[in-house]
Design a protein around this ligand. Structure first.
Ligand SMILES: Nc1ncnc2c1ncn2[C@@H]1O[C@H](COP(=O)(O)OP(=O)(O)OP(=O)(O)O)[C@@H](O)[C@H]1O
Length: 272
């Protein structure tokens, strides 16, 4: 991997800006040559926004989330998270991370899975219990704390994984295709629940998906990306209202946004 240049702190990110990326580049040096995973990525994400990243495989969606989470360091440009460098934000536990696979430990109950990061952090038992109950209630898994992961459906496991990410009460939630492996009916249901959770908790969400309807249904902002090099081809501020029943997907406004996403994806494909 290339020796990363220091990620300079963006001090003048506006009030209420959670993520500010300016001209971010990230090139991986591989045995097959350099891979430009991100080129010239500039993006402002405000507090409380729900931002989806959509694009074909290899366009840098996961890499961008990993940069925000300080798991990768850009080779160029500036990025700040809550006005700090990503490293500082990580130390301040500014975010929770949810992966595609729920990643629950099979030998621990759901309650103990949710409490694990709190245990590691040294929260006392009463506080661990209080937070665990609170977040399980938030994801509609109240009363499932004594069950083991295998006793829950895939969708419930993914909700437990979201609960674990919420346990720190971080303002920022990073979600990398959390529902990618689930069937469409379960996914629809989880999308509805996630929107309601987002409305109740006012978290800022960064959400990676391959699904156009999912991106349009969930987001206040949709970032369309394309590969080789990984870059942004369009940023769409959604005109849809905050209140979104599932049948909003049949509305003219929804279809229009979906069309623009598709156009962005097509444009990225054409000049790749
Ligand atoms: N650690 C790494 N070393 C070398 N190349 C990498 C590394 N991580 C990612 N890449 C490359 O960077 C590019 C972007 O990858 P990334 O995983 O961010 O894409 P993605 O849009 O999330 O794809 P997917 O939808 O398949 O998850 C790809 O070409 C990938 O092979």
């Amino acid at each position: 991997m290339a020796v990363a240049e220091a990620t300079t702190q963006v001090k003048d990110a506006g009030q209420g800006t959670v993520v500010s990326a300016r001209n971010v580049d990230l090139t991986f040096e591989t045995s097959d040559g350099a891979v430009q995973a991100l080129r010239d990525v500039s993006l402002e994400i405000g507090k409380g926004e729900f931002v989806s990243f959509i694009g074909p495989s290899g366009c840098g969606k996961t890499t961008f989330l990993r940069v925000v989470a300080a798991l990768e360091t850009p080779t160029g440009g500036d990025i700040s998270v809550n006005g700090m460098t990503p490293e500082e934000a990580r130390k301040a536990r500014a975010y929770g991370y949810v992966f595609q696979a729920a990643g629950l430990y099979p030998w621990r109950t759901i309650g103990k899975n949710v409490k694990l990061p709190l245990e590691i952090m040294g929260y006392d038992r009463a506080e661990q219990d209080r937070r665990m109950r609170e977040v399980l209630q938030l994801v509609d898994l109240e009363g499932f704390d004594k069950k083991y992961p295998w006793q829950l459906s895939g969708g419930m496991q993914q909700r437990a994984s979201i609960a674990r990410a919420l346990a720190f009460d971080a303002d920022l939630l990073l979600m990398d295709e959390p529902f990618g492996a689930l069937d469409e009916i379960v996914r629809d249901h989880l999308n509805e629940q996630l929107l309601s959770l987002w409305a109740r908790t006012k978290k800022t969400c960064l959400f990676v998906t391959h699904s156009i309807p999912e991106a349009v249904y969930l987001s206040t902002k949709i970032v369309v990306m394309s590969p080789r090099p990984g870059r942004i081809t369009d940023i769409i501020d959604s005109p849809l209202p905050a209140e979104r029943p599932l049948d909003i997907r049949d509305s003219a406004a929804f279809i229009e946004v979906a069309h623009r996403v598709r156009e962005g994806l097509r444009a990225g494909h054409g000049d790749a």
